[in-house]
Write a protein that binds this ligand. Structure first.
Ligand SMILES: [Zn+2]
Length: 456
């Protein structure tokens, strides 16, 4: 069998994945901070690493996948205050909604989903060890990590210490020995959750959460640590430093990072008002469409979310489900097609895997041999399932989501388009053409007017 190759941010190279124990694969991914519904940018790593999880499960007997929940954070405190509910009420509500939403985009449940607030004891154990080993110190009711004690700090983000000081927004505080030192434990604030500790009543810093939870569920050393590119510095760099301080080892052998997601070429931000929450987009589109868009770019690249990308995904899924619809009976596919896994083994090349699905659909549409169509449909379904797609029956896909448009409606839209053209409103005419295209209807202009056909 071909080996899995993945890009490792530590080396900056794509290399063969060699597990620590090939009976027992261990992955950790940084999960959501539960103050509001995740946006589509947060959904990207959930889907990407879900594909990795599905792939690894076909290759190894056991895959332990841990994705934490950060349920202690300033944003949570602010959110609860704003809604006038308790922190627990807010986090419970957001977590429930999170699970409902990610189920709709076919993200499988992870093996363990630890919550930060349930692991304060483990965090304090690590902090105490770090203090005892002089990797950390207590100052003004804070416990801080002594960055310069770790000689290879910056190994993941490839930054050197002096550049970090010069170019970053490092918080300068009088109690710090060095401006680079980061917080492991901070004093309690009135109205915010806090816990007793040998260092006084307080709460943990963000980075220590992941070190404590990965160590508890996966041990000092595990295989893959995953997350968004924006977490490389400081979050993952600091996680490495903390773990190094307790075991003199880098916790994960492979660090995988997904690229950012833009909306119409812009970063999502509150000030631009262009944040698309997963919850809202799921009101408008089937979860498989969202998932398809998220898989349509290679995970390391920036993904640009546009209406056009969503229409394209819908069109593509209609085409794939349309191919499945041609099958007359489910059958066994003896010749298990491994083209999809092969694409994924090459550093999770999901765009290539999607192309491979369409190649199978092509063969179905071209074939007139019903037995062959039945076998290929089975292959298409099995292959797509590895990507978490085509989970529905084709009939229910077309019925439930009314993805198909009636001929009356097409004629109506074409008449409207004809009028728009006569009025020289070409923008509207083009909009109608694109709208129809998203329903797999290709409009062609001829001398004698417009004609349409269903695309396969
Ligand atoms: Zn983390």
């Amino acid at each position: 069998m071909k080996k899995l190759q993945i890009h490792n941010s530590l080396s900056g190279k794509i290399k063969d994945f060699i597990p620590l124990d090939d009976k027992n694969i261990r992955i950790y991914a940084c999960g959501p901070t539960v103050y509001s519904s995740p946006h589509i940018g947060n959904a990207r790593p959930l889907v990407i690493f879900d594909v990795l999880f599905r792939l690894l499960k076909t290759m190894y007997p056991t895959v332990i996948y841990v994705r934490n929940i950060t349920d202690v954070d300033d944003k949570i405190n602010a959110g609860a205050k704003e809604k006038n509910i308790s922190i627990k009420e807010l986090t419970d509500e957001v977590i429930k909604e999170f699970h409902q939403n990610i189920e709709l985009i076919n993200v499988l449940p992870v093996t363990h989903e630890p919550r930060a607030t349930a692991h304060i004891k483990e965090m304090l154990e690590i902090i105490s060890t770090l203090v005892a080993r002089e990797f950390a110190y207590v100052a003004d009711n804070h416990v801080l990590f002594r960055v310069r004690k770790m000689s290879n700090y910056g190994m993941l983000s490839k930054r050197n210490l002096d550049d970090m000081i010069a170019g970053s927004r490092i918080e300068i505080a009088p109690y710090k020995e060095d401006p680079l030192d980061f917080v492991l434990w901070k004093p309690a604030e009135i109205g915010s959750p806090s816990w007793d500790s040998p260092f006084g009543k307080g709460r943990p810093g963000w980075h220590i959460e992941c070190s404590a939870m990965s160590k508890k569920y996966l041990g000092n050393k595990f295989d893959i640590h995953a997350g968004g590119q924006d977490l490389i510095f400081p979050h993952h760099e600091n996680e490495i430093a903390q773990n190094f301080g307790i075991c003199d080892c880098v916790p994960a052998n492979y660090w995988m990072h997904n690229g950012m997601l833009l909306v119409n070429g812009q970063k999502m931000s509150k000030s631009l008002g262009n944040i698309i929450s997963l919850k809202d987009i799921l009101q408008r589109y089937d979860g498989e469409i969202i998932r398809y868009v998220l898989l349509s770019s290679h995970y390391q690249k920036t993904l640009n979310w546009t209406d056009e990308a969503v229409s394209q995904a819908k069109r593509a899924l209609n085409r794939l489900y349309g191919a499945l619809e041609l099958s007359t009976e489910s059958t066994v596919d003896e010749n298990d097609d491994s083209n999809i896994s092969e694409a994924l083994l090459g550093n999770l090349n999901t765009p290539l895997a999607l192309r491979r699905l369409h190649e199978i659909a092509d063969q179905i549409y071209k074939s007139s041999d019903q037995t062959k169509i039945n076998v290929l449909s089975e292959r298409l379904k099995n292959s797509a399932n590895l990507l978490g797609l085509l989970n529905k029956e084709s009939k229910s896909w077309f019925k439930q989501h009314d993805q198909r448009i009636s001929s009356e409606k097409i004629e109506q839209l074409l008449a409207k388009r004809q009028k728009a053209k006569a009025d020289k409103n070409f923008a509207l005419a083009d909009k109608i053409r694109k709208e129809l295209l998203s329903d797999n209807i290709l409009v062609e202009d001829t001398k004698n007017g417009s004609t349409w056909k269903i695309l396969r």
